[in-house]
Design a protein around this ligand. Structure first.
Ligand SMILES: Nc1nc2c(c(=O)[nH]1)N[C@H]1C(S)=C(S)[C@@H](COP(=O)(O)O)O[C@H]1N2
Ligand SMILES: [Mo]
Length: 223
């Protein structure tokens, strides 16, 4: 949790769900061993298409008031950023239509997100040459990590809208990351802090048996 930005949360961490997903990682559940097939198919190995977007989180959904919202980029950067809601919305906005893939096996096609490109924030903060990894922190205390190259991509967004409407609280509003090339646990909801690091820092699921990289096409579920 970002101690300096407390927001009210409702619910309690669903310990049973966390324990079950940790067991899946230990048992290697859902692994199919299917080959990549060079993306000839749209569905990554072991996935099933869903028509309705499921909600998946730890069971704690923070209520982030717009006045309280801050989006920070810090760590190994030339210029730290701390944007409030209006400053965030004043940045260049883009639309992105993409497929998303959750490690619990569902894939949703053609999700339309609107938000600020990751590259816009990186251009403002200017990562130092020593920055190689990203650690995200969310208002529910969730963390996850990706290599800087994975975040520094044209299809990565700080999204605030989905299908033309504000992102609902359950899907991570006011702002979530959308990083479609990796399993969706690498796309933090209710994000507030983006830290640039020299050393990798595994996040919530990464320390509970989930893969550090998480490429759905390579079926990097557990590791
Ligand atoms: N802050 C936060 N972000 C999170 C999670 C979470 O528990 N907390 N769960 C992750 C997981 S496991 C998935 S599959 C997606 C689910 O996003 P959705 O609920 O919008 O489908 O959010 C990811 N981002
Ligand atoms: Mo997930």
């Amino acid at each position: 949790m970002a101690e300096d930005d407390p927001v009210p949360v409702t619910g309690a961490v669903r310990e049973k769900l966390v324990a079950r997903k940790q067991d899946w990682a230990r048992e290697g559940r859902l692994l199919t061993g299917a080959p990549d097939a060079a993306h000839a198919v749209r569905l990554p190995p072991g996935q099933t298409e869903v028509k309705h977007w499921p909600v998946l989180d730890l069971g704690v959904q923070p209520d982030v008031a717009k006045e309280k919202f801050r989006l920070r980029m810090e760590g190994l950067v030339e210029q730290r950023i701390a944007l409030d809601w209006d400053q965030f919305l004043a940045l260049e906005q883009v639309d992105l239509v993409t497929d998303i893939h959750c490690v619990t096996q569902w894939s949703l096609y053609d999700a339309r997100f609107q938000g600020v490109p990751a590259r816009t924030l990186l251009a403002m903060a200017r990562p130092l040459p020593t920055a190689r990894f990203i650690s995200f922190t969310s208002y529910d205390g969730y963390t996850t990590n990706v290599p800087l190259e994975a975040f520094d991509d044209t299809d990565v967004l700080l999204a605030h809208s989905w299908n033309g409407a504000p992102l609902t609280r359950e899907h991570g509003g006011p702002v979530r990351v959308v990083l479609p090339k990796l399993y969706f646990w690498k796309s933090p909801k209710w994000v507030t802090r983006i830290e640039l690091l020299a050393e990798d820092r595994p996040g919530f699921w990464e320390v509970r048996g989930y893969h550090n990289n998480g490429d759905p096409w390579l079926e990097e579920r557990y590791g």
